[in-house]
Design a protein around this ligand. Structure first.
Ligand SMILES: C[S@@+](CC[C@H](N)C(=O)[O-])C[C@H]1O[C@@H](n2cnc3c(N)ncnc32)[C@H](O)[C@@H]1O
Length: 224
């Protein structure tokens, strides 16, 4: 998939970031990308439903979604060609390649239909991706544009660790910056603003002493 020139620098940065890390990514991230499995449990995908992960990385989450919801149809999007290579291997190893479609695109500038031939998805989610995406609000808006009126959009990402020691928060943020990750302090008000504009409700939760945040933008009220 061709991505626009203005996205190429970010794509190259992500490829450099993950070229070697992707081989140890799943083994290491399980200790600090907390809340991913509760988010997946909360997707509650309808039978035969379609699920899109924006910023799907190694495919670890899509594989778990596939196992949790055996009839779900899986779609993944990422800007990094090397991460998509790993995702394709993961999903094939899990025997899920037959019901998965992966595409390379910039989350802030995509339209789902031409990429996947799907008019709308039942579930869209972003797991620890928004904190790596410059202009992340646009990614949420693109995700909502790809969502069925009765569907929901789910986000899990770093919180602000307000109920953890200050030294832990400072150390975590400094360490994450090396990997181009910036926890988004204004995630809740910005998601509330975007959800309101889309005429959808927002549910927002803090997990693990505010280590992580979990948000759900729900179905349009006339659809629930
Ligand atoms: C920290 S990883 C999270 C991967 C996976 N979602 C997980 O929970 O393990 C962030 C992913 O977002 C992707 N990403 C970053 N910026 C992006 C963008 N603008 N468009 C699409 N994907 C992007 C990266 O390439 C990477 O695979």
């Amino acid at each position: 998939m061709r991505i626009a020139d203005r996205s190429m620098r970010h794509a190259a940065l992500m490829d450099r970031n993950y070229r070697f890390q992707r081989h140890i990514y799943d083994a290491t991230r399980k200790y600090y990308l907390l809340g991913r499995d509760p988010m997946i449990a909360g997707l509650d995908v309808p039978a035969g439903g379609s699920v899109l992960e924006i910023g799907c990385g190694t495919g670890r989450n899509l594989a778990r979604v596939g196992r949790t919801y055996p009839q779900a149809r899986l779609f993944g999007l990422d800007i990094s060609a090397v991460m998509l290579e790993t995702a394709a291997l993961t999903l094939s190893r899990e025997g899920l390649d037959g019901r998965t479609r992966l595409a390379r695109a910039d989350a802030t500038d995509f339209t789902a239909n031409p990429l996947y031939g799907e008019a709308a998805f039942d579930r869209v989610y972003m797991s620890y991706a928004l904190s790596m995406i410059p202009g992340w609000q646009r990614a949420v808006e693109c995700g909502l544009a790809a969502l069925a009126p009765a569907g929901s959009l789910h986000v899990v990402d770093f919180g602000q660790q307000r109920r953890l020691p200050g030294w832990f928060r400072a150390g975590l943020h400094a360490w994450l910056r090396q990997y181009h990750v910036r926890p988004i302090a204004a995630l809740e008000p910005e998601l509330a603003r975007i959800a309101r504009a889309a005429g959808r409700p927002l549910h927002f939760r803090s997990l693990y002493r505010d280590y992580a945040w979990l948000a759900v933008i729900g179905p349009r009220p006339d659809q629930s």
